[in-house]
Design a protein around this ligand. Sequence first.
Ligand SMILES: NC(=O)c1ccc[n+]([C@@H]2O[C@H](COP(=O)([O-])OP(=O)(O)OC[C@H]3O[C@@H](n4cnc5c(N)ncnc54)[C@H](O)[C@@H]3O)[C@@H](O)[C@H]2O)c1
Length: 253
Amino acid sequence: MTNLHEDRAIWITGAASGIGKAAAQEILREGGCVVGSDLPTADFSWAKDIDKMRCVAGSVSDLAHNALAVETAVSEFGHLDGAVLNAGMAGRINLFDGDMEFFDEVMDVNVRAVILGIRECASAMRPGSAITVTASTSGMRGDPGMWVYNTSKAAVINLVRSTSMDLAAKGIRINAVCPGPTETGMTTRFEGEPYDDMKRRIPLQRWGNASEVAAAHSFLLSSKASFITGAHLPVDGGMSANSGQFTPPPFSL
Ligand SMILES: NC(=O)c1ccc[n+]([C@@H]2O[C@H](COP(=O)([O-])OP(=O)(O)OC[C@H]3O[C@@H](n4cnc5c(N)ncnc54)[C@H](O)[C@@H]3O)[C@@H](O)[C@H]2O)c1
Protein backbone atom coordinates (compact mmCIF):
# COMPACT_ATOMS: atom_id res chain seq x y z
CA MET A 1 0.00 0.00 0.00
CA THR A 2 1.30 3.48 -0.94
CA ASN A 3 -1.58 5.66 0.30
CA LEU A 4 -2.06 6.85 -3.28
CA HIS A 5 -5.62 8.01 -2.48
CA GLU A 6 -5.22 9.19 1.10
CA ASP A 7 -7.79 11.89 2.04
CA ARG A 8 -9.54 11.48 -1.30
CA ALA A 9 -13.17 10.51 -1.80
CA ILE A 10 -14.05 8.57 -4.95
CA TRP A 11 -17.52 7.74 -6.32
CA ILE A 12 -17.73 4.38 -8.13
CA THR A 13 -20.77 3.25 -10.11
CA GLY A 14 -21.55 -0.45 -10.49
CA ALA A 15 -19.48 -0.94 -7.34
CA ALA A 16 -21.25 -4.02 -5.98
CA SER A 17 -19.64 -6.42 -8.43
CA GLY A 18 -16.76 -7.11 -10.82
CA ILE A 19 -14.53 -4.22 -11.91
CA GLY A 20 -16.39 -1.63 -9.79
CA LYS A 21 -16.02 -3.74 -6.64
CA ALA A 22 -12.32 -4.33 -7.37
CA ALA A 23 -11.82 -0.58 -7.94
CA ALA A 24 -13.50 0.19 -4.61
CA GLN A 25 -11.30 -2.33 -2.81
CA GLU A 26 -8.16 -0.94 -4.49
CA ILE A 27 -8.98 2.66 -3.56
CA LEU A 28 -9.79 1.69 0.04
CA ARG A 29 -6.48 -0.21 0.20
CA GLU A 30 -4.74 2.95 -1.04
CA GLY A 31 -6.20 5.01 1.82
CA GLY A 32 -9.16 6.56 0.00
CA CYS A 33 -12.86 6.81 0.90
CA VAL A 34 -15.49 5.37 -1.46
CA VAL A 35 -19.12 6.05 -2.28
CA GLY A 36 -20.26 2.96 -4.13
CA SER A 37 -23.47 3.05 -6.11
CA ASP A 38 -25.33 0.22 -7.77
CA LEU A 39 -28.85 -1.02 -8.55
CA PRO A 40 -31.16 -1.69 -5.56
CA THR A 41 -31.03 -5.41 -6.42
CA ALA A 42 -27.20 -5.52 -6.21
CA ASP A 43 -25.47 -7.31 -3.35
CA PHE A 44 -23.39 -4.84 -1.33
CA SER A 45 -22.98 -7.17 1.67
CA TRP A 46 -19.17 -7.23 1.19
CA ALA A 47 -19.05 -3.47 1.92
CA LYS A 48 -21.33 -3.50 4.97
CA ASP A 49 -18.82 -2.95 7.76
CA ILE A 50 -16.21 -0.88 5.94
CA ASP A 51 -15.65 2.37 7.78
CA LYS A 52 -14.57 4.47 4.78
CA MET A 53 -17.29 3.25 2.44
CA ARG A 54 -20.88 4.37 1.88
CA CYS A 55 -23.33 2.65 -0.46
CA VAL A 56 -26.14 4.26 -2.44
CA ALA A 57 -28.81 2.27 -4.29
CA GLY A 58 -30.34 3.37 -7.58
CA SER A 59 -29.80 3.45 -11.32
CA VAL A 60 -27.12 5.55 -12.99
CA SER A 61 -29.79 6.52 -15.53
CA ASP A 62 -31.55 8.46 -12.79
CA LEU A 63 -30.45 12.06 -12.26
CA ALA A 64 -31.54 12.04 -8.61
CA HIS A 65 -29.50 8.90 -7.88
CA ASN A 66 -26.33 10.49 -9.28
CA ALA A 67 -26.98 13.67 -7.30
CA LEU A 68 -27.44 11.59 -4.13
CA ALA A 69 -24.14 9.75 -4.68
CA VAL A 70 -22.22 13.01 -5.08
CA GLU A 71 -24.03 14.61 -2.10
CA THR A 72 -23.13 11.55 -0.03
CA ALA A 73 -19.42 11.99 -0.84
CA VAL A 74 -19.54 15.66 0.14
CA SER A 75 -21.64 15.22 3.29
CA GLU A 76 -19.84 12.10 4.56
CA PHE A 77 -16.26 12.80 3.49
CA GLY A 78 -16.25 16.58 2.91
CA HIS A 79 -15.35 16.52 -0.81
CA LEU A 80 -15.37 14.54 -4.05
CA ASP A 81 -11.99 14.02 -5.70
CA GLY A 82 -12.61 11.29 -8.21
CA ALA A 83 -15.16 9.08 -9.94
CA VAL A 84 -15.10 5.73 -11.69
CA LEU A 85 -18.12 5.79 -14.03
CA ASN A 86 -18.14 2.06 -14.51
CA ALA A 87 -21.72 0.69 -14.46
CA GLY A 88 -22.66 -0.87 -17.74
CA MET A 89 -24.76 -3.51 -19.45
CA ALA A 90 -24.10 -5.87 -22.34
CA GLY A 91 -26.17 -8.04 -24.62
CA ARG A 92 -26.86 -8.58 -28.28
CA ILE A 93 -29.76 -8.30 -30.69
CA ASN A 94 -30.14 -9.10 -34.36
CA LEU A 95 -29.11 -6.22 -36.63
CA PHE A 96 -32.02 -6.71 -39.01
CA ASP A 97 -35.04 -7.14 -36.74
CA GLY A 98 -33.84 -6.74 -33.13
CA ASP A 99 -35.95 -4.65 -30.77
CA MET A 100 -34.65 -1.06 -30.84
CA GLU A 101 -35.85 -0.61 -27.26
CA PHE A 102 -32.87 -2.72 -26.23
CA PHE A 103 -30.55 -0.39 -28.16
CA ASP A 104 -32.08 2.59 -26.33
CA GLU A 105 -31.65 0.86 -22.96
CA VAL A 106 -27.96 0.08 -23.58
CA MET A 107 -27.24 3.61 -24.81
CA ASP A 108 -29.09 4.98 -21.79
CA VAL A 109 -26.94 3.07 -19.27
CA ASN A 110 -23.61 2.92 -21.14
CA VAL A 111 -23.57 6.44 -22.64
CA ARG A 112 -26.28 8.82 -21.39
CA ALA A 113 -25.73 7.88 -17.76
CA VAL A 114 -21.99 8.55 -18.14
CA ILE A 115 -22.85 12.07 -19.33
CA LEU A 116 -25.12 12.51 -16.29
CA GLY A 117 -22.28 11.29 -14.07
CA ILE A 118 -19.73 13.66 -15.63
CA ARG A 119 -22.10 16.62 -15.18
CA GLU A 120 -22.76 15.73 -11.56
CA CYS A 121 -19.02 15.39 -10.84
CA ALA A 122 -18.09 18.63 -12.61
CA SER A 123 -20.36 20.64 -10.35
CA ALA A 124 -18.80 19.20 -7.18
CA MET A 125 -15.14 18.51 -7.97
CA ARG A 126 -12.21 20.75 -7.20
CA PRO A 127 -9.28 21.33 -9.58
CA GLY A 128 -6.95 18.32 -9.39
CA SER A 129 -9.82 15.84 -9.41
CA ALA A 130 -10.13 13.07 -11.99
CA ILE A 131 -12.76 10.85 -13.61
CA THR A 132 -12.32 7.46 -15.27
CA VAL A 133 -14.87 5.67 -17.41
CA THR A 134 -14.98 1.93 -18.04
CA ALA A 135 -15.23 1.66 -21.81
CA SER A 136 -14.08 -1.56 -23.53
CA THR A 137 -11.86 -2.95 -26.26
CA SER A 138 -15.26 -3.58 -27.88
CA GLY A 139 -15.40 0.19 -28.42
CA MET A 140 -12.14 0.12 -30.38
CA ARG A 141 -13.10 -2.44 -33.06
CA GLY A 142 -16.09 -4.40 -34.37
CA ASP A 143 -17.33 -7.82 -33.20
CA PRO A 144 -19.95 -10.01 -34.89
CA GLY A 145 -23.39 -9.58 -33.35
CA MET A 146 -22.16 -6.97 -30.88
CA TRP A 147 -23.13 -3.77 -32.75
CA VAL A 148 -25.22 -2.36 -29.89
CA TYR A 149 -22.63 -2.79 -27.14
CA ASN A 150 -19.70 -1.85 -29.41
CA THR A 151 -21.47 1.32 -30.56
CA SER A 152 -22.10 2.35 -26.95
CA LYS A 153 -18.49 1.73 -25.90
CA ALA A 154 -17.07 3.55 -28.95
CA ALA A 155 -19.32 6.47 -28.01
CA VAL A 156 -17.93 6.69 -24.47
CA ILE A 157 -14.34 6.61 -25.75
CA ASN A 158 -15.04 9.69 -27.86
CA LEU A 159 -17.16 11.19 -25.09
CA VAL A 160 -14.06 11.00 -22.90
CA ARG A 161 -11.89 12.63 -25.58
CA SER A 162 -14.40 15.43 -26.15
CA THR A 163 -15.26 16.15 -22.53
CA SER A 164 -11.57 16.16 -21.59
CA MET A 165 -11.39 19.54 -23.37
CA ASP A 166 -14.24 21.06 -21.35
CA LEU A 167 -13.17 19.50 -18.06
CA ALA A 168 -9.55 20.64 -18.45
CA ALA A 169 -10.77 24.21 -18.07
CA LYS A 170 -11.96 23.23 -14.58
CA GLY A 171 -8.73 21.40 -13.74
CA ILE A 172 -10.45 18.00 -13.95
CA ARG A 173 -8.92 15.10 -15.93
CA ILE A 174 -10.95 12.32 -17.57
CA ASN A 175 -9.73 9.06 -19.12
CA ALA A 176 -11.21 5.78 -20.33
CA VAL A 177 -10.09 2.30 -19.34
CA CYS A 178 -10.74 -0.33 -22.02
CA PRO A 179 -10.82 -3.84 -20.54
CA GLY A 180 -10.56 -6.86 -22.78
CA PRO A 181 -12.21 -10.12 -21.70
CA THR A 182 -12.28 -9.94 -17.89
CA GLU A 183 -13.68 -12.47 -15.42
CA THR A 184 -16.66 -10.75 -13.77
CA GLY A 185 -20.39 -11.22 -13.25
CA MET A 186 -20.97 -9.92 -16.78
CA THR A 187 -18.92 -12.64 -18.45
CA THR A 188 -19.99 -15.82 -16.62
CA ARG A 189 -22.14 -16.55 -19.71
CA PHE A 190 -18.92 -17.22 -21.68
CA GLU A 191 -18.04 -20.30 -19.60
CA GLY A 192 -16.84 -23.32 -21.62
CA GLU A 193 -15.86 -23.16 -25.28
CA PRO A 194 -16.40 -19.41 -25.83
CA TYR A 195 -14.15 -18.71 -22.83
CA ASP A 196 -11.30 -20.81 -24.29
CA ASP A 197 -11.87 -19.44 -27.78
CA MET A 198 -11.49 -15.84 -26.55
CA LYS A 199 -8.45 -16.83 -24.50
CA ARG A 200 -6.67 -17.97 -27.67
CA ARG A 201 -7.18 -14.50 -29.21
CA ILE A 202 -5.37 -12.76 -26.33
CA PRO A 203 -1.56 -12.61 -26.79
CA LEU A 204 -1.03 -13.18 -23.02
CA GLN A 205 -3.25 -16.27 -23.43
CA ARG A 206 -5.57 -15.68 -20.49
CA TRP A 207 -8.57 -13.61 -19.41
CA GLY A 208 -7.95 -10.60 -17.22
CA ASN A 209 -9.19 -10.28 -13.68
CA ALA A 210 -11.08 -7.36 -12.21
CA SER A 211 -8.20 -6.23 -9.99
CA GLU A 212 -5.97 -5.74 -13.06
CA VAL A 213 -8.55 -3.36 -14.54
CA ALA A 214 -9.02 -1.67 -11.15
CA ALA A 215 -5.27 -0.96 -11.01
CA ALA A 216 -5.57 1.07 -14.24
CA HIS A 217 -8.49 3.07 -12.82
CA SER A 218 -6.53 3.73 -9.63
CA PHE A 219 -3.46 4.93 -11.57
CA LEU A 220 -5.45 7.22 -13.88
CA LEU A 221 -7.32 8.76 -10.93
CA SER A 222 -4.11 9.39 -9.03
CA SER A 223 -1.64 12.28 -9.16
CA LYS A 224 0.79 9.86 -10.88
CA ALA A 225 -1.31 10.43 -14.02
CA SER A 226 -1.42 14.21 -13.60
CA PHE A 227 -0.59 14.94 -17.28
CA ILE A 228 -2.88 12.30 -18.79
CA THR A 229 -6.34 13.32 -19.97
CA GLY A 230 -8.60 12.37 -22.87
CA ALA A 231 -6.81 9.03 -23.28
CA HIS A 232 -8.09 5.47 -23.47
CA LEU A 233 -5.99 2.71 -21.98
CA PRO A 234 -6.50 -0.90 -23.11
CA VAL A 235 -6.15 -3.46 -20.30
CA ASP A 236 -6.50 -6.51 -22.49
CA GLY A 237 -3.42 -8.76 -22.48
CA GLY A 238 -2.42 -7.28 -25.86
CA MET A 239 -5.65 -8.20 -27.65
CA SER A 240 -6.18 -4.78 -29.24
CA ALA A 241 -2.57 -4.74 -30.51
CA ASN A 242 -3.49 -7.56 -32.90
CA SER A 243 -4.78 -6.57 -36.34
CA GLY A 244 -6.99 -9.66 -36.22
CA GLN A 245 -5.37 -11.29 -39.27
CA PHE A 246 -3.52 -14.00 -37.33
CA THR A 247 -4.19 -15.75 -34.03
CA PRO A 248 -1.32 -15.07 -31.60
CA PRO A 249 1.08 -18.01 -31.06
CA PRO A 250 0.47 -20.21 -27.99
CA PHE A 251 2.28 -19.27 -24.80
CA SER A 252 5.68 -20.92 -24.37
CA LEU A 253 8.72 -20.25 -22.19
N1 LIG B 1 -16.07 -8.09 -17.90
C1 LIG B 1 -15.59 -7.76 -19.09
O1 LIG B 1 -15.05 -8.61 -19.84
C2 LIG B 1 -15.67 -6.33 -19.56
C3 LIG B 1 -14.90 -5.98 -20.69
C4 LIG B 1 -14.95 -4.66 -21.12
C5 LIG B 1 -15.73 -3.74 -20.47
N2 LIG B 1 -16.48 -4.11 -19.38
C6 LIG B 1 -17.27 -3.07 -18.71
O2 LIG B 1 -16.91 -3.05 -17.35
C7 LIG B 1 -17.97 -2.43 -16.62
C8 LIG B 1 -18.24 -3.23 -15.36
O3 LIG B 1 -18.73 -4.51 -15.71
P1 LIG B 1 -18.24 -5.86 -15.01
O4 LIG B 1 -17.56 -6.65 -16.04
O5 LIG B 1 -17.56 -5.55 -13.74
O6 LIG B 1 -19.64 -6.58 -14.79
P2 LIG B 1 -20.48 -6.87 -13.47
O7 LIG B 1 -21.78 -7.39 -13.98
O8 LIG B 1 -19.71 -7.72 -12.54
O9 LIG B 1 -20.69 -5.43 -12.81
C9 LIG B 1 -21.50 -4.45 -13.40
C10 LIG B 1 -22.23 -3.73 -12.28
O10 LIG B 1 -22.95 -2.63 -12.85
C11 LIG B 1 -24.22 -2.59 -12.23
N3 LIG B 1 -25.19 -1.91 -13.06
C12 LIG B 1 -25.71 -2.33 -14.24
N4 LIG B 1 -26.63 -1.44 -14.68
C13 LIG B 1 -26.67 -0.44 -13.75
C14 LIG B 1 -27.44 0.74 -13.62
N5 LIG B 1 -28.36 1.07 -14.54
N6 LIG B 1 -27.24 1.53 -12.53
C15 LIG B 1 -26.34 1.19 -11.58
N7 LIG B 1 -25.59 0.07 -11.64
C16 LIG B 1 -25.76 -0.74 -12.72
C17 LIG B 1 -24.59 -4.05 -12.01
O11 LIG B 1 -25.60 -4.20 -11.03
C18 LIG B 1 -23.26 -4.65 -11.60
O12 LIG B 1 -23.07 -4.62 -10.19
C19 LIG B 1 -19.15 -2.33 -17.57
O13 LIG B 1 -19.25 -1.00 -18.06
C20 LIG B 1 -18.77 -3.28 -18.71
O14 LIG B 1 -19.37 -2.92 -19.92
C21 LIG B 1 -16.45 -5.39 -18.92
